[in-house]
Design a binder for this molecule. Structure first.
Ligand code: GAP
Length: 443
């Protein structure tokens, strides 16, 4: 039974975390040393899933468009960047300590306050502002003059390179600059598996437009970004767009909306789409002393473009795709766990399975496996009953499994099994590659 749409029990999240560990999607970081709080490692299956999420985003945001280019900036940036962006002064969360049990948590989360009150009657300190940026030192001398920050967002890389992109790529408004990469935030209360961690990957795009055209582009990007998740298989009933109230807006934002997903722990932000005005480019012009304005050939005017920013998280998106795909149904009288991932996101596209470990079937299967491997992620498995092997592939979301059996040896056909329907059809081995490429959307 699919559980989509209804209120989930936390139990479901636990089952997903267990599956992630059991099948090599996600492990706790430094597990043999007892783990490091809220840090996670992607295993051989998980790394493919997150790569596919990132590639689907890049394909959509960069390759398939003519108006957006990509960049990849260093994580360490000049400390003045974070003064100009407002992060040194304002990237803070209010934090309280319990005088009795010594726990420390965010003061602006009612549910955390309630949870604490249920287990402890200790008095809380006044809320203090805590800056979320990680600090480190550049070079061998640990003094404040050498202090640098691990970037808390990828966005500033696009703003400080605005002039470089303009000069080298001959772009006209509107155009965008996209980037994917690690960001770091010393979150006071991380948690919920991959949802809130201190090290995570972002997928951000800054879209530069003429002042006065920002509202139309804000509407455009909200729809585009919402639809992207649906196209990749998120159930519409689990996705919503929530416009921020005016008191939620960041100091630079004219408008902001979150794409929210109904996680087992409640509706939560997947991605933010912000209308950031000309705040960032003007700040960096002022702080760096370098002109970051744009000369418009049409109107013969010079101005700082306005910015619309869709900002997503690769890990959060991966978690949402995982949660949404997780299903339990019944096959041949037994409960089966299956990840109904979109074929483009599936970590492994096809499993190659000899029915028997004899009669030349393993050799034939190896030959087919070698033929498919250069074109798609494939797995070979000959261990255990065919039913058990299908179940293993269902659990990691492999959309297709091919079986090499007696008939293959006779007439060159194999069975092609569909993960969702569990139906099987016979396909000639000479048609297999093109058939699989077609069904997995060339991924
Ligand atoms: N440049 C704007 C910006 O960074 P944000 O809403 O703070 O906006 C964008 O972050 C996205 O990055 C979020 O919607 C989320 O998907 C992801 N993200 C932010 N903090 C995160 C964390 N601690 N752990 C995992 N993902 C996070």
């Amino acid at each position: 039974m699919s559980k989509a749409g209804q209120k989930e029990t936390p139990d479901r999240m636990e089952r997903i975390v267990n599956l992630a560990k059991r099948r090599g999607l996600v492990f706790q970081s430094s597990e043999i040393y007892g783990g490091l709080n809220s840090c996670w490692d992607y295993g051989p299956v998980g790394v493919e899933l997150r790569r596919n999420v990132k590639e689907a985003w890049w394909r959509e945001m960069v390759w398939s468009r003519g108006d957006i280019v990509g960049i990849d900036c260093s994580i360490l940036m000049h400390p003045r960047v974070w003064e100009a962006s407002g992060h040194v002064a304002g990237f803070t969360d209010p934090m309280v300590d319990c005088k009795k049990c010594k726990s420390r948590f965010r003061a602006d989360h009612a549910e955390l306050l309630e949870k604490h009150a249920e287990s402890c009657d200790g008095e809380l300190t006044e809320a203090r502002q805590f800056n979320l940026m990680f600090r480190t030192y550049m070079g061998p001398v640990e003094e404040s003059a050498n202090e640098v920050f691990l970037r808390p967002e990828t966005a500033q890389g696009m703003f400080v390179n605005f002039g470089n992109v303009l000069d080298t790529q001959r772009r006209k408004l509107p155009f965008g600059i996209a980037q994917q990469g690690k960001s770091f935030r010393n979150e006071i209360t991380p948690g919920n598996f991959l949802f809130r961690t201190r090290e995570f990957e972002q997928m951000e795009m800054e879209y530069f437009v003429r002042p006065g055209e920002e509202s139309q582009w804000y509407e455009y990007w909200k729809k585009e970004r919402f639809d992207w998740y649906i196209r990749l298989g998120i159930k519409p009933e689990n996705l919503r767009l929530r416009e921020h109230e005016s008191d939620e807006l960041a100091h630079y934002a004219k408008g902001c909306a979150d794409v929210e997903y109904q996680f087992p722990f409640g509706w939560s932000e997947l991605e933010g789409i912000a209308s950031r005005t000309d705040f960032d480019l003007k700040q960096h012009s002022e702080f760096s002393g370098k002109d970051l304005s744009y000369f418009d050939e049409e109107s013969r005017e010079r101005f700082a473009p306005y910015v619309i920013e869709p900002a997503a998280g690769a890990d959060r998106a991966t978690l949402a795709f995982l949660v949404d795909a997780y299903d339990e149904d019944e096959v041949e009288g037994e409960t089966r766990v299956v990840l109904r991932l979109h074929p483009r996101l599936a970590p492994v596209k096809v499993a190659v399975l000899p029915l028997l470990r004899k009669n030349g079937q393993p050799e034939k299967a190896q030959e087919i496996f070698a033929h498919l491997r250069p074109h798609m992620v494939a797995q070979y498995d000959q261990a255990g009953s065919i039913g058990r092997r299908y179940r293993r592939q269902d659990e990691i979301g492999t959309p297709f499994a091919i079986t090499i059996d007696h008939d293959t040896m006779e007439n060159g056909t194999v069975t092609l099994r569909d993960r969702d329907e569990t139906s099987q059809e016979r396909v000639h081995e000479s048609d297999l590659l093109s058939e699989l490429l077609r069904r997995t959307a060339g991924s």
